[in-house]
Design a protein around this ligand. Structure first.
Ligand SMILES: [Zn+2]
Ligand SMILES: [Zn+2]
Length: 173
C-alpha cells in the first residue's frame, strides 16, 4: 500500500493526515496477509513524515501440530518515521538518514507501507501457531489428523506418544 505525501510535505511541521486502510486488495504483494484494516495517521516532521497506525491484520498460518491452515488475526501497532530523500520544494536529493535501515519516502514522495507491515507482522507472529489450544495434532503412527476423527492405531500401547508441541533436536551441525 502506497500513500502519496507530496502535499503534506509542503505543509508546516506538525500538520496531519488520516487515511483509512481497508485492504482486502492492498497491492496484493503481501502474500501472507488476507486483510488489513485500520487508520493511518501521518504527521509532518522536520525530516519527513511520522506514521502511526494500529492495523487489524488477518493472515493464514499452518498449525504447528496438525499442519492445517487457519486464519489468524493480530494487531499491528506501527510507529515509524519516514525520511524524505528529495527536498519537496527544490527537488534536490537529500543526504540519506543516519539510521541504517530507516524507512524513506521515495523520489515521487510516496510512502510504502508494505515493508513496515511485513516487518511488524514477522515480529507479531507466534513461533508455534496452533489452530486451537486443544488441537489434537496428528497421530504419530499413521499421521491422521486426530481433530477430524480418531484413527485405528493402538492407543494403549506403550509406544504411543502424544505429539510434543516442541520437538527437541539434539546436537548441532
Ligand atoms: Zn491444529
Ligand atoms: Zn494413527
Amino acid at each position: 500500500m502506497r500513500l502519496n505525501v507530496a502535499q503534506l510535505l509542503k505543509e508546516p511541521i506538525g500538520s496531519n493526515r488520516i487515511y483509512d486502510v481497508d485492504g482486502e486488495t492492498s497491492g496484493g504483494s503481501e502474500e501472507d496477509i488476507r486483510s488489513l484494516r485500520g487508520q493511518v495517521a501521518l504527521m509532518r516532521t522536520d525530516k519527513g513524515i511520522l506514521l502511526t497506525t494500529t492495523l487489524d491484520a488477518e493472515t493464514v498460518l499452518a498449525c504447528a501440530r496438525c499442519l492445517n491452515q487457519f486464519e489468524y488475526r493480530m494487531t499491528l501497532n506501527i510507529k515509524e518515521e519516514y525520511f524524505a530523500t528529495v527536498d519537496i520544494s527544490s527537488g534536490h536529493r537529500l543526504p540519506p538518514p543516519d539510521e541504517p535501515g530507516a524507512f524513506t519516502i521515495d523520489a515521487r514522495h510516496n510512502i510504502d507501507l508494505n515493508e513496515a507491515v511485513r516487518q511488524y507482522l514477522l515480529m507479531a507472529l507466534p513461533l508455534k501457531p496452533l489452530c486451537g489450544e486443544n488441537c489434537a495434532g496428528l497421530c504419530p503412527s499413521c499421521g491422521k489428523n486426530l481433530n477430524e476423527s480418531p484413527c485405528d492405531c493402538e492407543k494403549d500401547s506403550a509406544d504411543y506418544v502424544k505429539i510434543s508441541p516442541s520437538p527437541k533436536r539434539k546436537g548441532g551441525s
